[in-house]
Design a binder for this molecule. Structure first.
Ligand SMILES: [Zn+2]
Length: 496
């Protein structure tokens, strides 16, 4: 009997050890398919990786014990301050993140800047709509139409004015679950904030200062190149001059040039013309004609491509505008928002098919793409980057717990992904670091490491619209910054 038992133990020990080995191999095989797995870290990077992973594991393990503590599963408004104290976040802040490829003209800058630096300017007038939301106008005298009041006077006469105004410049509220019951509710407020902020930015000095500030916030966050979407709204000055869309593009270009002169390590800016999709086909034909003019004009180098914006579930689809979009054909790059929805096989979700058929260079959000295996295949084959904006998707109510975000699949399977911030100014984020943090913690599991972060930064340059020469230059700059970052982290860990 003893012999039997011993044999059993020997056999089961060796079977178990074989099992454990097969298990480890299987896990490793899966991990080898994820974004960044193709990179081999050098000795210094491995040191940084060890530090990073210690910090990540600490946060993960605390969260596994007590989910309340795990920040990506909490709403960003409620988790934000804790994120700023996270060791992982602090490291990500320092990291050169390359490029920001998906954000919008009116959501780039924090609401604190908008409130403190734009609403205290002279000659500012405000008019409430029936729901009390303000539109603004700068003018030396009272604007012609009725209902305007000087902001200075409103401030003096109403002690609650500033609090009300401040709340109109952001989506952040103490209880987002009560305030925003569904996606349509939050999109209505979202578009309202855009209207208020947009009316402030229609004034040329505010427009230029805001954009300059946007570049400062990115630069401080170690992002050195920007591709952003914009509406090219009307801009005016106090002398009554109204700037044409081409001149507005020129204002962006001139501001970016001024910023680059003051910050020689900044690589640059390009613009994606992205007007509203909630229009009819003849308006889209006008957009296309304008795009053609801009493309043939003075600032063609500054222009990266074309997109349409607005809530997809309620807006018109790409399919509605195929004839107009086809006329742009191969002369432009498309960066369509598509599949920013929880619905499947509804028109908003089917936008993904049109984005792919229209040859999009990148896809904004592509949140619904998992439900379309054929599109997944094409996206990977043609390296159409998916611009993943996890905080935006949470705030705008596509997902609550980021661990359930579909980009987990894209990250685990090595799809072409870039991390995007969308409208950080509207939800208390800044630059790209918050989205990088949420992606690193919420989209990659416990073992996603420095290789993932490094690949995401490299992707942001590789999938940018820069030509090959500029791309090589941006990459060279980024590599230098990366080496400095690695050396800096090691130095400070040794002096601690
Ligand atoms: Zn967007």
């Amino acid at each position: 009997m003893w012999r039997c038992l011993t044999l059993y133990l020997v056999v089961s020990a060796s079977a178990a050890s074989d099992y454990y080995q097969r298990r480890a191999v299987l896990i490793e095989k899966s991990q080898n398919r994820s974004i960044g797995a193709d990179l081999v870290l050098n000795a210094d990077e491995r040191k940084v990786n060890r530090l990073l992973m210690q910090l990540k594991h600490r946060e993960f393990d605390a969260g596994f014990k007590d989910p309340e503590k795990f920040l990506p599963l909490r709403h960003f408004f409620l988790a934000r301050d804790n994120i700023t104290r996270s060791g992982v976040f602090k490291l990500i802040r320092q990291m050169p993140k390359g490029a920001s490829l998906h954000s919008h003209d009116l959501g780039l800058v924090s609401d604190a800047y908008v409130f403190h630096n734009l609403t205290f300017r002279k000659n500012l007038w405000a008019k409430p709509d029936p729901e009390g939301r303000y539109t603004f106008r700068f003018s030396r005298t009272v604007p012609d139409d009725d209902g305007w009041e000087e902001v200075d006077a409103l401030r003096r006469s109403d002690p609650s004015f500033d609090a009300r105004l401040r709340a109109q410049l952001t989506l952040v509220v103490p209880d987002p679950f009560t305030a925003y019951s569904d996606i349509d509710v939050i999109w209505r407020v979202f578009e309202g904030v855009f209207r208020s902020v947009g009316s402030l930015l229609a004034f040329r000095p505010a427009f230029e200062d805001y954009f300059y500030r946007a570049l400062e916030e990115l630069h401080e966050d170690n992002v050195k190149y920007l591709e952003f979407r914009g509406l090219l709204p009307e801009v005016y000055d106090l002398d009554g001059r109204v700037y044409t869309p081409e001149e507005v593009l020129g204002l962006y270009d001139a501001t970016a040039t001024r910023f680059k002169r003051a910050h020689p390590d900044f690589v640059g800016v390009r613009f994606i013309y992205a007007p509203s999709r909630r229009v009819n086909a003849s308006v889209v034909a006008d957009y296309v004609a304008l795009y053609e003019r801009l493309h043939a004009g003075k600032y063609s180098k500054f222009l990266a491509g074309f997109d349409l914006v607005g809530q997809e579930d309620l807006g018109r689809t790409l399919l509605d505008f195929v004839p107009q979009l086809l006329t742009l054909g191969n002369r432009t790059k498309f960066f369509f928002h598509a599949g920013e929805t929880d619905w499947s096989y509804e028109p908003s979700d089917l936008n993904l098919y049109d984005a792919v058929l229209l040859n999009a260079t990148r896809i904004g959000h592509g949140y619904a793409i998992l439900k379309h295996p054929e599109l997944l295949r094409i996206v990977k084959e043609r390296a159409i980057a998916i611009e993943v904006a996890p905080i935006s998707n949470q705030v705008l109510k596509l997902v609550d717990d980021v661990r359930n975000h579909p980009a987990n699949f894209l990250v685990a399977n090595g799809y072409p992904v870039v991390i995007a911030c969308d409208d950080p100014g509207l939800w208390g984020a800044r630059g790209l670091s918050f989205d990088f943090y949420v992606a690193f913690m919420g989209l990659s599991g416990r073992e996603g490491d420095l290789r993932l972060l490094k690949r995401l930064a490299i992707n942001s340059i590789e999938y940018s619209s820069l030509d090959e020469r500029r791309k090589r230059y941006a990459m060279k700059r980024w590599r230098q910054e990366w080496d400095q970052f690695v050396a800096g982290v090691i130095r400070s860990s040794e002096t601690e």
